[in-house]
Design a protein around this ligand. Structure first.
Ligand SMILES: [Zn+2]
Length: 154
């Protein structure tokens, strides 16, 4: 399964969370934050075959609008948003959903919400946005996060 392969690759190549990020992961409900790895990439997903990438771009489906993606404990972060706490929190909220629902049930529900035209208004997406916002408000850090608004919408 593509998603599992991507997760394995992130777990192999990615970086563990630092202490502050582990605290954030706990705040948002991740049970095993030490299992999480993040991998910074230029585009998400990182590798599409060139003909598919070109076709997607022509159709206006370039992955350029995706700035983060959680695949179980593996999290892709796009390079220009890699420092965004709000984005990481959002993706960690999805990791917590994977833990809570199980890998395949999460994916099935998430894809269903997307395909049903609900994105970004499906229940899982809304919950991730709400939790990320709550944690930022409850535990503000002393940093200027200009990307928070955009990240919260991903
Ligand atoms: Zn999301």
């Amino acid at each position: 399964m593509w998603v599992r392969r991507q997760e394995k690759m992130i777990l192999r190549k990615g970086a563990p969370l630092d202490d502050a990020q582990i605290a954030d992961a706990r705040r948002i409900g991740v049970v095993y934050p030490e299992r999480v790895r993040t991998l910074v990439v230029k585009t998400i997903p990182p590798r599409l075959s060139r003909p598919i990438a070109a076709l997607a771009a022509r159709l206006g489906l370039a992955p350029s609008s995706t700035i983060g993606m959680a695949l179980g404990y593996g999290i892709f972060l796009r390079a220009d948003f890699a420092a965004s706490r709000a984005l990481l929190l959002h993706e960690l909220a999805h990791t917590a959903q994977y833990e809570r629902l199980g890998f395949r049930p999460f994916l099935a529900q998430y894809l269903h919400e997307c395909l049903a035209g609900g994105y970004p208004n499906g229940a899982l997406e809304r919950e991730a946005q709400r939790l990320a916002t709550e944690v930022v408000h409850r535990s503000p850090v002393n940093s200027c996060d200009k990307t928070a608004g955009r990240a919260a919408r991903d």
